[in-house]
Design a protein around this ligand. Sequence first.
Ligand SMILES: Cc1cc2nc3c(=O)[nH]c(=O)nc-3n(C[C@H](O)[C@H](O)[C@H](O)COP(=O)(O)O)c2cc1C
Length: 348
Amino acid sequence: MERGFWKQLVKPIIGLAPMDGVTDAAFRFMSAKYGHPHVVYTEFTAAEGIEAGALRLMRDFRYSELERPVVAQVFGYHPEAFYKAALVAAALGFDGVDINMGCPAKNIAEAGSGAALIRTPDLAKEIVREARRGLEDWGRGVEIADAGLHPAILEYVHTEWARLDGAPVRCVLPLTIKTRIGYDAVAVEEWIKHLLEVEPVAIAIHGRTLKQLYTGLANWDAIGRAVEIARGSGTMILGNGDVSSLAQARERVAQYGVDGVLIGRAAEGNPWVFADHTATREEKLQACIEHSRYFEKISPDQRFLNMRKHLAWYCSGFDGARELRIQLMTTQSADDVEKVIHAWNGKE
Ligand SMILES: Cc1cc2nc3c(=O)[nH]c(=O)nc-3n(C[C@H](O)[C@H](O)[C@H](O)COP(=O)(O)O)c2cc1C
């Protein structure tokens, strides 16, 4: 089992959970700068899309050095696509690859991807093996031009290498899985045993079934059961679901014996959650500006609209937050954000 950076992390591991539409490179940069989570994951990226040469997906694979260790998360249903996606992630210098077996979204699950893989454990295991083959091929020095990648993706990787002054060091990256506790009922017992057969370094488990989506409470007893099943296997279990603070994460670790915790929604507008810091109003306003500027820099091809939800999340918990939030919802650029905030501050 290739452990890579995971073996250097001090437990309990506290990481930023992947969130599509939220944990893009700009958000992860802010989290890394102000919270220092031990590990961050990209938003999930379609393996079949990478296979088909969908260049726009390479946006999801942007990151900055500050984020390291940064794990590329991939979803899909076609094992061969995972071979290619894992190879591309390694060639782009990620620190690890994670396979999404937890997404409950209808279009994803109906295609047999995400949490639907809980119902097809043989396919899930085949996917892991193929992703690992991609990582091993990269590690042993395969020519990426001979790996059957789509020409557009191959060209993108070469352009990145030129920008970065060369290819990343060849090594076999660690492979992890993120999943749920079951499909329509808790199935930790059988499901985790299946996953352990393919020896992921870590399994992050969100304590809900696919059917639950995000309703009800995360079932941490089921996560605790997964810890027992995985004991002695060498695979770490990271618990996930409804953790709102570092103190609560530590409680979960103490109570359920998980090796770590991933925090998702509690980090929205709150990169400080990983540092156990309660941000002041000034820090939140400053973060609105810095996040917006960084977003524009790293994602010039993205609409500023994608930034607005982050601004809304930062703007809470202080007097006048609602009024400022409304004003920020009309901004079209980082300059706009700065102007609105300065004008609002001036009124105080
Ligand atoms: C908006 C949103 C997008 C998400 N996207 C992903 C994703 O791309 N990959 C993934 O594995 N989980 C995804 N999740 C699930 C989260 O990683 C996490 O498991 C879930 O939010 C529970 O953790 P929390 O209570 O700390 O938020 C997403 C969750 C949300 C709310």
